[in-house]
Design a protein around this ligand. Structure first.
Ligand SMILES: NC(=O)c1ccc[n+]([C@@H]2O[C@H](COP(=O)([O-])OP(=O)(O)OC[C@H]3O[C@@H](n4cnc5c(N)ncnc54)[C@H](O)[C@@H]3O)[C@@H](O)[C@H]2O)c1
Length: 402
């Protein structure tokens, strides 16, 4: 049995069912698996991964394993499916270090456990594995045996380019592709965030005033889908051009301090820390719902809100009521973790078929030709992006018209 730290191995059967359903709807990865099982590009490589431990990821791991890889993985706080984790350990022999209720500190310990397995390739999400490799003395020497990496998301790309040291290996940034930004971030996240809020709260969104903070690729999708359901959407973004874009798209826009007072629901999706700070809670009305769709719960200063609260009570799974001395109530969803994954099943399966195919092909590129790439963060090679988009068109458009 592989190394592991998961909730309960006996949950593996329902995990298998979940992965079976996801696989059924992931034709791009299924085709890739067939080819990789013949060519075995990952033979001899251990891939150390930080990505949500859920069913779609499971299908992707099957693809990498068919290509010869051995795998160690951790996820993110709040997003792990414990039964999927059990399936990955029991039936695929993956080393999994993740459970649904893990805190951010647990998560970083699990990221260390992944690096302790001595991976030769890294697939990161949010930059946490790169952070340890660049900043933790225990792991710096591991960089000598790592041939290359991928990074999945906006937050990790920002960290790699703005705050982490340079590495002696290439990192392919999946989020640099327009394929991911538009298909996954705009359309996938837009739908799944709304789904996560509805599943968690069971409230009607039509007629509600919703403030969306951050109008990047993800925020655009979230704002559009909410509007489609009849919500009154106000967009806040610190970039003037982006505010203007939201205005021209027909959204109400404004400065955070001016618009918070009307909000029934506030959603952060900036990819940056502290979009909502302590002083902003004073401006919100009694009963406001708070949630986050960005990579880290740190987009909302939850620590200050908890300090201010005199009473905390969990009303439903993933709805915490925090009450101030004045009697004012805040309803925090999923502890500020990604609401689409913590409150739902994450992005639609087909969207992740495309996104994880970009990942698999980028990892294959690392395994076969890392030495031809520059040792810096870089976009997915153009031919990989094109091939993945064509495969999606074939599956989603051509076959549906056949
Ligand atoms: N939930 C998911 O499944 C999922 C999927 C993909 C990406 N993400 C995450 O969502 C976040 C956003 O990603 P994106 O691709 O939309 O990023 P982006 O860079 O395209 O957009 C972020 C926007 O937020 C704005 N912004 C930054 N700080 C702000 C602040 N304090 N107040 C208001 N606006 C601010 C920026 O100007 C920008 O327009 C990232 O953390 C990313 O990793 C989540």
């Amino acid at each position: 049995m592989s190394g592991r730290k998961i909730k309960d191995l006996s949950l593996h059967a329902s995990g298998k069912d979940r992965v079976d359903w996801a696989r059924q709807n992931m034709p791009i990865l299924r085709a890739l698996k067939q080819r990789l099982s013949v060519e075995r590009p990952f033979e001899g490589h251990k891939i150390g991964i930080c990505l949500h431990v859920e069913a779609k990821t499971g299908v992707w791991l099957e693809t990498l394993i068919a290509g010869g890889a051995s795998i160690a993985i951790t996820g993110s706080p709040g997003s792990t499916q414990d039964d999927t984790a059990a399936y990955l350990v029991k039936e695929l022999g993956v080393e999994v270090f993740a459970w649904r209720s893990e805190t951010f500190d647990d998560h970083m310990e699990n990221a260390k456990r992944v690096l302790d397995t001595m991976p030769t390739i890294i697939a990161d999400n949010g930059g946490d594995l790169h952070h340890l490799l660049g900043k933790d003395d225990k792991y710096k020497s591991l960089c000598d045996s790592i041939i290359g990496a991928t990074e999945e998301t906006t937050t990790g790309a920002n960290r790699l380019r703005e705050e982490l040291p340079s590495f002696a290996f290439p990192t392919i940034i999946i989020n640099d592709t327009m394929a991911k930004r538009i298909v996954e971030n705009r359309y996938g996240v837009g739908i799944s965030v709304v789904d996560g809020i509805m599943r968690t709260t069971n409230i009607m969104l039509g007629g509600k005033t919703v403030v969306v903070i951050g109008y990047g690729y993800c925020g655009q999708g979230v704002a559009q889908r909410l509007r489609g359901l009849g919500a009154h959407v106000t967009v806040v973004d610190t970039e003037p051009l982006t505010q203007l874009e939201a205005h021209l798209e027909g959204f109400r826009t404004g400065v955070l301090e001016d618009v918070l007072g009307d909000a029934d629901i506030v959603i952060t999706v900036t990819g940056r820390n502290a979009a909502i700070q302590k002083q902003h809670f004073d401006l919100m009305k009694d009963g406001v719902v708070l949630c986050n769709a960005g990579q880290n719960s740190s987009e909302i200063d939850i620590g200050s809100l908890r300090e201010m609260a005199v009473h905390e009570h969990t009303l439903r799974p993933k709805i915490e009521q925090l009450t101030l001395d004045s009697g004012k109530k805040f309803f925090l969803l999923a502890q500020g973790n990604l609401i689409n994954l913590a409150g739902g099943d994450g992005n639609p399966i087909e969207v992740m078929d495309l996104g994880l195919a970009l990942q698999a092909l980028s990892l294959e590129c690392i395994a076969l030709s890392a030495d031809t790439l520059n040792n810096e963060p870089q976009c997915v090679p153009h031919d990989i992006e094109q091939a993945t988009l064509k495969a999606a068109l074939q599956e989603w458009v051509d076959k549906s018209h056949a």
